[in-house]
Design a protein around this ligand. Structure first.
Ligand SMILES: Nc1nc2c(ncn2[C@@H]2O[C@H](COP(=O)(O)OP(=O)(O)OP(=O)(O)O)[C@@H](O)[C@H]2O)c(=O)[nH]1
Ligand SMILES: [Mg+2]
Length: 212
């Protein structure tokens, strides 16, 4: 439990956008979930919000092809589920289209404060993750590596992978944090909520003095 749980649980769907120009008004603070297809982006968002069907999940890679925007019950704070990348069987033109839209979003979205880079803990830092890390570094966007499906590994190897990913990101010149996460058993949910509460500058309700 964290003091921010009710805020994340308030998440509601705003709209799906094909490109940046269709996204909600670019004001306030926004955090985007990016990562390879099937890494668990939509599942992580649902776990964060404690809702089963907020973001659509699928066993078929490439399910999320639009920029899906969600609002919170705090003014102009949003969560975004980005389309997955790296699915093999799509035409080159579609890949290029995806790349152009993602680059545009990451470069020009002013309210974007940070990217949660979602990676399957068994397959971290693949080619497309590198590209995302480079874009984020070039555009002054913070990165938090979310190593999902930690339930697939024992605690020791999961922690070892997390430390290795942190080290490798640093070696690539990216100031990024990292954690393990599981939508299945709830590993890391509190840690993610606290991280995002910081990025989104959410007020801690426990620290607000009560006026009698
Ligand atoms: N065991 C386990 N499975 C998970 C976890 N997170 C996601 N999955 C499974 O991984 C598959 C893909 O999850 P999604 O959340 O749809 O992945 P995504 O990154 O949103 O995929 P795209 O929308 O295609 O980019 C689904 O079958 C999920 O049930 C997890 O923490 N543990
Ligand atoms: Mg998805």
């Amino acid at each position: 439990m964290t003091p921010f749980d009710p805020i994340f649980q308030s998440a509601y769907f705003i709209k799906s956008a094909e490109k940046l120009s269709q996204c909600p008004l670019d004001q306030g603070l926004e955090v985007a979930f990016a990562g390879r297809s099937n890494a668990g982006k939509s599942t992580s968002l649902n776990t964060l919000a404690n809702q089963r069907k907020l973001a659509r999940t699928s066993k078929t890679p490439g399910r999320t092809q639009l920029i899906n925007c969600f609002g919170l019950n705090v003014d102009d704070r949003r969560l975004v589920d980005l389309p997955g990348y790296g699915f093999a069987k799509v035409p080159v033109a579609m890949k290029e289209n995806w790349q152009a839209h993602m680059q545009d979003y990451l470069m020009n979205r002013r309210s974007l404060v940070g990217v949660v880079l979602v990676m399957d803990i068994r397959h971290p830092l693949k080619e497309f993750d590198d590209m995302m890390l480079a874009w984020a570094a070039n555009n002054n966007v913070k990165v938090h590596a979310l190593l999902t499906k930690s339930d697939k590994l024992k605690r020791g190897p999961a922690q070892a992978t997390m430390l290795k990913v942190k080290k490798e990101m640093k070696a690539r010149g990216v100031e990024a944090s990292a954690q393990t996460f599981s939508g299945l058993n709830g590993d890391g949910v509190d840690e993610l909520r606290i991280k995002l509460a910081g990025w989104l500058e959410l007020e801690n309700p426990n620290e607000i003095p009560v006026n009698l």
